[in-house]
Design a protein around this ligand. Structure first.
Ligand code: DLZ
Length: 161
């Protein structure tokens, strides 16, 4: 059993996000879970200084489409970091594994092909309950964690430019 809170980060260590522009691409599959991830990410970005005007949100059908959705954002907008939010829940067939592999590989490739961070905010769980626990439930919110990671990586990129 897991006890880690995904939202348990050192608030003081998060840089100011006031001058940064973020993209969020969110999958509509398991909408109850992904809308909570989106809510967590938005609140966390804003808590650290980002404004609504500097956050672009786009929806895609499923987690498999996150990679291309994120690439569209990178190509057509001027962003400092892109957060990918989705939730893949294991079913009775190997479909789960293929979607997880596809989106993991896709987001990794985007990170290496573009010079901005693409954040992996995808829950991969055995059931719906585990997903809810990690989307604003007892184990925190992976959307918060993704937002903090986006801020830190965007600032790192700017520092090293
Ligand atoms: C098809 C499918 C299935 C079975 N399960 C999920 C899931 O748990 N989470 C998710 O984000 N998407 C799922 N999808 C949809 C795929 O991601 C994708 O949208 C379709 O295969 C079409 O490319």
């Amino acid at each position: 059993m897991s006890t880690a809170d995904l939202s348990d980060y050192d608030q003081g260590s998060v840089p100011d996000a006031g001058k940064l522009r973020f993209g969020i691409v969110v999958a509509d599959w398991n909408h109850d879970v992904t809308s909570s991830l989106l809510n967590g990410a938005m609140l966390t970005l804003k808590k650290h200084g980002a404004t609504n005007n500097n956050i672009v949100v786009k929806h895609v059908p499923g987690s498999f489409e996150l990679t291309l959705g994120a690439q569209f954002l990178a190509e057509y907008d001027d962003l400092d970091a892109i957060i990918c939010l989705g939730c893949v829940i294991q079913g009775e067939t190997p479909h789960f594994s293929y979607i997880c592999q596809g989106v993991t590989y896709g987001i990794t490739k985007l990170n290496l092909d573009y010079n901005i961070p693409f954040i992996f905010g995808v829950l991969t769980t055995l059931n719906h309950e585990q997903a809810l626990e990690r989307a604003g439930g007892t184990l925190g919110n992976k959307g918060d964690e993704a937002a903090v990671t986006a801020i830190k990586m965007a600032v790192l990129q700017r520092e090293m430019e």
